[in-house]
Ligand binder design. Structure first.
Ligand SMILES: *Cc1c(COP(=O)(O)O)cnc(C)c1O
Length: 237
């Protein structure tokens, strides 16, 4: 599947601690509470053993992009009671397994998908937490609602029974390819402030990856999604 170099437990611990320190320093630097930012460890392409090693260090939230791969890890690690977040592209015919296996979905960008997720969420489970993905960079290839579309559709999302709209998510254009890397982050923050209501404060801002977590935290991120800085570089094959 991949030829990632598997990290030793020691390497993982060092990188994990370095990421936790970056988060702490960034929250302090912009006068936010230390525990106002959660770390989502993005474990796509990573083995169950690597996830287990990180869980042993206290990490609970893991993010996955590819459904088959994710489900097999979720099943292998079931006894650890980890919190699983789906952050990948959603296919219409794959909403049921997402609704059945995950606690959160960050990448919801279609009311049709959300309706299916709500209908397919098993009765015995708590409602599915979702973030609505916003295309803040305007790139044609990016998933996500435009800000205007989102404003229009939000009430319909909020009426779905078995999902809870927790907030907004974005994937900015790569830092190297943007003039102002903070622009997408700022836009998501502003948009949330415009759309929040007393009934739904849209508390979650899912933004910030290995390269821009400091900027994201200063723009109000509450969940940073970190893969490479914890697990090392990914090789897809
Ligand atoms: C892979 C991925 C990440 C993690 O990116 P890194 O640069 O490795 O930290 C975050 N969010 C999404 C949606 C991803 O697909």
């Amino acid at each position: 599947m991949t030829d990632n170099t598997v990290s030793t437990p020691d390497q993982l611990r060092q990188r994990f601690e370095a990421v936790e320190q970056r988060i702490q320093q960034a929250t302090a630097a912009c006068q936010r509470e230390t525990d106002s930012v959660e770390l989502l460890a993005v474990s796509k392409t990573r083995s169950s053993e690597e996830i287990r090693a990180l869980a042993a260090l206290g990490q609970r939230m893991f993010g996955e992009n590819y459904l088959q791969e994710a489900i097999s890890k979720i099943e292998q690690l079931a006894e650890l009671n980890l919190c699983w977040h789906f952050i990948g592209r959603i296919q219409s015919n794959k909403t049921r397994p997402i609704a059945e296996h995950f606690d959160w979905v960050h990448s919801v960008a279609s009311l049709k998908h959300a309706t299916r997720l709500s209908q397919q969420r098993p009765e015995g489970m708590s409602p599915l937490n979702i973030c609505l993905q916003v295309n803040t960079s305007g790139e044609a290839s990016k998933d996500g609602h435009s800000p205007e579309e989102l404003a229009q559709l939000l009430p319909a999302y909020q009426q779905l029974d078995r999902i809870i709209v927790r907030g907004l998510m974005t994937i900015p254009a790569p830092v190297a390819e943007t003039e102002d890397p903070k622009q997408s982050l700022k836009l998501l923050h502003i948009l949330r402030d415009q759309l929040k209501t007393a009934d739904n404060p849209l508390n979650t801002l899912s933004m910030g990856m290995s390269d821009d977590l400091e900027d994201a935290i200063c723009e109000g991120s509450t969940i940073v999604r970190i893969g490479t800085a914890i697990f090392g570089p990914r090789n897809y094959n």
